[in-house]
Design a protein around this ligand. Sequence first.
Ligand code: NAD
Length: 353
Amino acid sequence: MKARIVVVSGDGIGPEVTDAATAVLQKVATKYGHEFSFEDGLIGGIAIDKTGSALPDETITLAEGADAILLGAVGGPKWDNPAAAVRPEQGLLKIRKHFDLFANLRPVKTYPALAQYTPLRPEILENVDMLFIRELTGGIYFGHRQEQGDGDTAFDTEQYSVPEVARVAAVAYRAAEGRRKKLTSIDKANVLASSRLWRRTVVRLNEDYPEVALEHVLVDAMTMYMMTRPASFDVLVANNIFGDILTDEASVLAGSLGMLPSASLSGGTMGLYEPVHGSAPDIAGQGKANPTGAILSAALLLRYSLQLEEEAKAVEAAVDATLASGARTADITPRGSAYVSTTEYAQAVIEGI
Ligand code: NAD
């Protein structure tokens, strides 16, 4: 098949990890007889420097006709001024909003060889394989807010409509159907009206996906279960703020931030794929970046935007084999031991494919 992929690599280690991911996609194209084209667009700090905007219109126009967007990371000390009118992360919010990317998918898997890099006991990490789905364009981050009077009081509003909940729940149910058929919905329905609407809607949708076993867990309890029995979860779905917090907590399970991929989807096949980590300015340009999160994001791109499941699995298997072979980037190597560079690691994955 032919596919047009727009690459917005951004700042810091962004370009290093997207280079690794596009090299992997290129290998997939050659091996399986596809034709992928890659076009570069600007986002983040580098876009501000060159155009004055964190997401120039040219990037949006470029991405509009594309099959998928591959993103690196944005930000860095040069642009770290919370009071500045134009900031790198505005590019992220704008691109998510523009393409109505309401479902953020974050798979979290553990690798036995990396157990020593987590603070948890190895037996808790056995067989962890979950898919977290966070609602990304609604809720309290986008609700009505106000600081009142002389700044002594303030409020933010958590608001959801049935269609907003139903569309992200449908993504979660479909994902669960293709996996172990278990869905955990996270809310705070014992206290919040918006959570009761969330729960009602998720329950109603279960009628359309009768094979999926649905359970509800309150968000406070979920923070404990994530650390005490993570292997018991398959697909999880949560609102924007609960998902934000819980996915960061879940990232501890994988051993390094550098390991985790994500996909942000709208109703169709168009999606944005990016590693979970930031621009890591402390290691940028040193060949120390772990490209696994970006490479596994490329696998999600193959799966969700191009419907190339076999190819996606081949990339994931090649990452597993690379780690099993002992190849390690600096972040997953004991201090003082030898490690491979970003490009050497990517090359090992490419050979694995
Ligand atoms: P970060 O994720 O960039 O880095 C946190 C720590 O993890 C650092 O020590 C870094 O070296 C390490 N790390 C991150 N990714 C790694 C990888 N692939 N391989 C090896 N080590 C890795 O978070 P931060 O330091 O809080 O933020 C740095 C900049 O990134 C800030 O400007 C922040 O605003 C931005 N940021 C961007 C995104 C995004 O683009 N989605 C997300 C988070 C932070």
